[in-house]
Ligand binder design. Structure first.
Ligand SMILES: Nc1ncnc2c1ncn2[C@@H]1O[C@H](COP(=O)(O)OP(=O)(O)OP(=O)(O)O)[C@@H](O)[C@H]1O
Ligand SMILES: [Mg+2]
Length: 366
């Protein structure tokens, strides 16, 4: 009997928790071997970071990865980047190049880990500091392998500094020895940054939209994971995917919970129900809070979506829920999408989190 749970959710995954994405991996690697830049977009937790890390780990190239969500301001942006540069390039080489910085960084070496901590003296404007760090990466690329710079959660760029997208574009547009990759999840905001004609990053690189993992592949992956542990592996896998609609994170989470508690004296449906119940219970307080922060129309739209009502943008729907007009429903959908609660697949809208959908349904039926 298998001892360790073969499913994983929440953090970046690689083999043996990684499935499919063969074509995407090929495309990304090929793009990074050219002189182009990449913009990778998907709803939350579809596997952007995992895919990107897998791609760069298969290329014999230096890379710097920075999650912009954790960056507080422009000076911190520069420090965090430089700290990561110190992890991959020799100290002596950097020492020479950093001499030309307009503001000299303060370095602290942790004697136990040899990790370098970087900070900059406060300056009237932190932008020159950031510019120097980006230009440093360009210089490093000029004389050795082209570095790959991965800026994750890039939609946060203008939170770090007002109009920073425009300023950053001005800094990096002349770079020839770096492959830039921008990853982001709030779809509408990423579109604003990369698709609007007036946006500074318009046509800056290849746009790639990551979709859910294809059904057949995910099914095989799940079935394989359950074998030797739970009975009816095919039926369990099918039921999971019916519930999660192949969402990478929620599929792994549900599979993980079922595997852990799998009771072969119960039916498949009972095992699935027990796991769904457990997960909804765990998130009850989060969902309660989420629900309370929605306005009346948004609540109605969420209810409609949780019931998989297909006619969401029709007068019939608006009338049924006492909403003034379909345009009001549309504004609500846009708002919910902007916050990542709702996603649009092909033509249908759906709730991103199938457990939240189930929570709404159960609360209303209770
Ligand atoms: N190729 C894959 N095969 C199987 N599961 C995957 C795969 N990619 C992602 N997942 C599942 O989705 C979860 C989220 O992955 P990851 O953190 O890479 O997504 P993300 O799009 O970067 O998320 P975020 O929006 O939070 O940044 C993983 O922990 C894993 O459970
Ligand atoms: Mg990520």
């Amino acid at each position: 009997m298998k001892k360790t749970n073969p499913f994983k959710f929440g953090s970046v995954v690689d083999e043996p928790y990684f499935t499919n994405r063969v074509e995407e991996l090929k495309q990304i690697k090929s793009l990074l071997q050219s002189k182009n830049h990449l913009i990778l977009i998907s709803p939350r937790r579809y596997g952007k970071t995992s895919l990107m890390m897998k791609a760069v780990n298969q290329l014999d190239r230096p890379y710097v990865f920075l999650d912009l969500q954790l960056v507080t301001d422009i000076s911190d942006f520069a420090s965090q980047l430089l700290k990561r540069i110190y992890r991959i390039y020799p100290f002596e080489r950097l020492k020479q190049l950093i001499k030309s910085f307009r503001i000299v960084p303060v370095l602290n070496v942790n004697p136990l880990t040899s990790e370098v901590d970087v900070s900059f003296q406060p300056a009237a404007s932190a932008l020159p500091v950031l510019e120097d760090v980006f230009n440093l990466i360009e210089k490093l690329g000029k004389n050795s392998k082209r570095p790959i710079l991965i800026l994750d959660e890039f939609q946060d760029i203008n939170r770090i500094g007002n109009g920073l997208d425009r300023k950053l574009r001005a800094i990096i547009q002349h770079h020839k020895y770096i492959n830039y990759t921008f990853l982001g999840s709030l779809e509408s905001m990423m579109r604003e940054i990369f698709e609007k004609k007036k946006s500074p990053f318009y046509h800056f690189g290849q746009l790639m939209y990551l979709k859910k993992i294809p059904y057949d592949d995910f099914y095989e992956y799940l079935k394989n994971g359950f074998s030797g542990r739970c009975s009816h592996t095919g039926a369990i896998s099918k039921n999971i995917l019916d519930f999660t609609h192949s969402h990478p994170y929620y599929t792994q989470q549900l599979a993980f919970t079922i595997w852990d508690n799998c009771d072969n004296s119960l039916t498949t449906e009972e095992n699935i129900e027990a796991a769904i119940h457990r997960l909804i219970q765990i998130h009850d307080m989060d969902y309660e809070r989420l629900w309370q922060t929605q306005n009346q129309t948004d609540k109605k739209v969420l209810i409609g979506l949780s019931r998989h009502e297909q006619n969401i943008l029709t007068e019939t729907f608006a009338r049924k829920y006492g909403i003034r007009a379909t345009s009001t429903v549309f504004s609500s959908l846009k708002r919910l999408m902007k916050h990542g609660y709702v996603i649009k697949n092909k033509t249908a809208y759906e709730l991103d989190d199938p457990f939240f959908a189930e929570w709404i349904k159960r609360k209303r039926e209770a």
